[in-house]
Write a protein that binds this ligand. Structure first.
Ligand SMILES: [Fe+2]
Length: 331
């Protein structure tokens, strides 16, 4: 029984930027092949000389190559390589095209890359045209798809090199506010949160009067719903320039209040609990309302504000603030 060795060598692509080579030894017992008289092995037939082409490594799947030529080629490849030959494997020519592209862009190879995107663009909980005619699809597309997206992208870009890594967005806003001396990350972080909160403050066919506990709390803290509505509109109009108007629950006073903030300032930074927000930046209303900020605000109050969302937010807020009278258990 004769034992024959056949050597093959594969170069294996094991992932971006990394080759490794190994040698495969095909052990084949020629006793399994037809034997000529005298013990010599019969000339192998084409079908028995090599495994089926589909079983061959890709480098050997060539038609028109004789078995002898393939063996010579395999034997030649199997010869030990000089050390300087192996250094070729460190050549940039052998880096995968995708990693070469990353390197051209000044980035890191995938093996040494780090995650740099921490926050995503959240989607409004309705179709982009669902708030018409009070807020057009075009306005929502630009406001959400461009401005909100820009804040998300800007924040992620900053966080790629920022020590403010690993915070929730709320905690990042409080940390970056830095007791009234905002850090560079504050503006984008707050605007990402503010806009997400704003989209969820509205719903199609919203507006009107709240119900149940929300209405009772508003009447308790403002005297009447009409008073609240007027105060919300007045506060929004008093803001000069860009900013936001909010209904917040103040922790210490344990009551609802209306406040407005400039630019990207969020009541989260002061410890208040936001309940409603209205974006007063021009990009929020200029396409429909031009300079008529009053019409924009009143349409928000009367047709867009989501009292369903407000109810859920008030329920959550009551986990942190007791809005009733403290009940002292009897001894
Ligand atoms: Fe905005």
């Amino acid at each position: 029984m004769a034992l024959r060795l056949d050597l093959a060598e594969w170069q294996v692509w094991s992932g971006p930027g990394s080759f490794f080579r190994f040698t495969v030894v095909f052990r084949r017992l020629e006793a399994e092949l037809p034997i000529r008289q005298g013990g010599a092995a019969a000339p192998p037939t084409a079908g028995m000389e090599e495994p089926h082409p589909h079983l061959l490594p890709p480098s050997r799947c060539r038609t028109g190559t004789t078995a002898a030529a393939r063996r010579d080629s395999v034997r030649k490849k199997a010869e030990p390589r000089a050390p300087e030959t192996w250094s070729k494997f460190q050549s940039s020519k052998l880096i995968s095209p995708s990693d070469q592209k990353i390197q051209r862009q000044g980035g890191l190879s995938r093996r040494f890359s780090k995650v740099v995107s921490y926050y995503g663009l959240t989607t409004p909980p309705y179709k982009l045209d669902a708030l018409e005619p009070y807020m057009s699809k075009r306005t929502v597309e630009l406001h959400w798809g461009k401005h909100h997206q820009d804040y998300v992208d800007g924040l992620n870009k900053q966080l790629a090199t920022s020590p403010l890594y690993g915070y929730t967005l709320e905690d990042l806003i409080k940390e970056a506010y830095n007791n009234g001396n905002p850090l560079p990350e504050y503006n984008n972080a707050a605007q990402v949160w503010n806009h997400h909160f704003f989209w969820e403050s509205m719903q199609p066919e919203g507006g009107g009067l709240p119900e149940g506990g929300v209405l009772q709390q508003i009447e308790k803290d403002f005297g009447s719903f009409t008073n609240f509505r007027e105060e919300f509109i007045r506060s929004a109009l008093q803001l000069l320039g860009s900013g936001w108007v909010w209904l917040v629950l103040k922790r210490n006073e344990r009551k609802l209040s209306v406040v407005h903030t400039r630019n990207a300032i969020s009541p989260l930074a002061f410890g208040d609990i936001p309940i409603i927000s209205l974006d007063l930046w021009e990009h929020a209303y200029y396409l429909e309302y031009k300079d008529d900020r009053l019409a924009y605000i009143t349409n928000f109050m009367d047709h867009l504000i989501s009292w369903d969302t407000v109810t859920l937010r008030m329920m959550r807020a009551e986990s942190f603030v007791n809005l009733g009278e403290p009940t002292i258990p009897e001894a």
